[in-house]
Design a protein around this ligand. Structure first.
Ligand code: GAF
Length: 397
């Protein structure tokens, strides 16, 4: 278990320094500005966003930093700590209806996809250097962090009148149509709208985001992330299948989206749908209700009382939505057995991370118990660390 408080802030200063140094190596000059955006943990509300439902993520104290400098030749160059080779393109080549995905490595499609989604006709060229301490492939939305930092920088440099929600939509468009991952908008909204010590209650239909105080520290709690080291990718396989099943279920029930069903509709759903589609639907409908319940419980009783909702979310994702995996289940079971108040997988699943809500004095014991359980099961050792609910995208310099 580690970094908290001041140690964490120092780490993000190190990321800023890395991005600046990378830009200097690329251009021989200092940036015109520095922007950053965080990764996220989803507290609850999983696989609900693309069903127009509710989610409740928070931004974390791991960020992607974009150091940016204008250039006068209408070209855009991106460099990053993800890859040794910068990628350069004429902005005119990003002005078509189709994003030229095949012309670049996958990581570059995130920042260049944002430029494409913003529209590049007549824009000034830029050099962007990206550095990050958001773990990649850990289910903590390193991609939304890249999108948020890039979109914020280009909005300011190009003088665009777009608010945080509009930039989140741009990020989603980059992810869906440039990278080719059929994700919802939760991650981008979390990264744009994050607040210190709060989660963002998101209505994924209206895209309205309302901060809800978490009060973890005041209640003596810490939020542990357990990165299983099982890499996931939403551009392949299971994620798209789940999304399609939800759309099939909503259509069979004559609804625009699963958001329009309540738990009272589940008997009817069971009588119409095949077993698998029914269970996918039941997950989403009950998960929406768990988000609403979590908001209510947080406001009425505080964070000590939300543990059972987190566990119920995990069980539903494991048994009905079937997006967990042995490593995530082991993380959750071991954390709960060692005294966590609640635990669940977070993010899309098929690997990535679990979270555990833990009384501060038990943090080390829970982290140790999870690490031991992974060793006993013969899994790769997990990375276990605490995160703080943090501010969303911002200009740093
Ligand atoms: C991934 C997606 F990117 C989100 O949009 C969301 O659907 C999530 O999986 C599941 O809740 O993080």
């Amino acid at each position: 278990a580690a970094p908290t408080g001041s140690a964490t802030r120092a780490a993000s200063e190190a990321v800023v320094a890395t991005a600046r140094a990378l830009l200097f190596a690329l251009t021989g000059a200092e940036p015109d500005g520095v922007w950053s955006a965080p990764g996220r943990v989803n507290l609850i509300g999983e696989h609900t966003d693309y069903n127009d439902g509710y989610a409740m993520p928070f931004a974390i104290d791991h960020r992607t930093v974009a150091a940016v400098r204008r250039r006068e030749d209408g070209r855009m160059r991106v460099a990053s700590t993800f890859s040794p080779e910068p990628v350069e393109i004429d902005l005119a080549d990003l002005s078509g209806a189709e994003f030229p995905r095949d012309a670049m490595p996958e990581w570059a499609a995130y920042p260049l996809g944002v430029a494409w989604a913003l529209g590049t006709a007549g824009r000034e060229g830029v050099d962007i250097a990206l550095a990050s301490d958001v773990p990649v492939g850990a289910g903590l939305s390193s991609s939304a962090a890249i999108e948020g930092a890039t979109a914020s920088a280009l909005r300011d440099l190009w003088g665009l009148d777009l608010d945080a929600t509009a930039l989140a939509r741009i990020g989603r468009r980059a992810e869906n149509d440039a990278v080719g991952a059929p994700t919802g908008i939760m991650d981008q909204l979390a990264s744009m709208l994050g607040r210190r010590d709060a989660a963002i209650f998101i209505d994924c239909r209206s895209l309205e985001g309302t901060p809800v105080d978490l009060g973890f520290a005041a209640a003596g709690l810490e939020l542990l992330v357990i990165d299983t080291r099982v890499q996931h990718a939403h551009s392949t396989g299971g994620y798209g299948d789940r999304r399609a099943a939800c759309e099939r279920g909503a259509a069979a029930l004559g609804m625009p989206a699963l958001r329009d069903l309540s738990t009272a509709d589940l008997d009817r759903a069971r009588s119409i749908l095949d077993d698998v589609t029914f269970r996918r639907v039941r997950h989403v409908v009950t998960e929406d209700q768990r988000v609403l319940d979590t908001v209510h419980v947080l406001r009425a009783e505080g964070p000590l009382a939300i543990g059972d909702l987190l566990v119920a979310s995990h069980v539903s994702l494991r048994d009905d939505f079937e997006v967990s995996c042995p490593e995530l289940d082991t993380a959750v079971d071991a954390a709960l057995a060692a005294g966590a108040l609640g635990a669940r997988m977070t993010g899309g699943g098929f690997g990535g991370s679990a979270i555990a809500l833990v009384a501060r004095e038990k943090t080390d014991a829970v982290a140790d118990a999870v690490t031991r359980a992974f060793a006993d099961a013969g899994f790769t050792a997990p990375a276990v660390f605490t995160v703080q609910p943090s501010e969303g995208a911002r200009r740093d310099a």
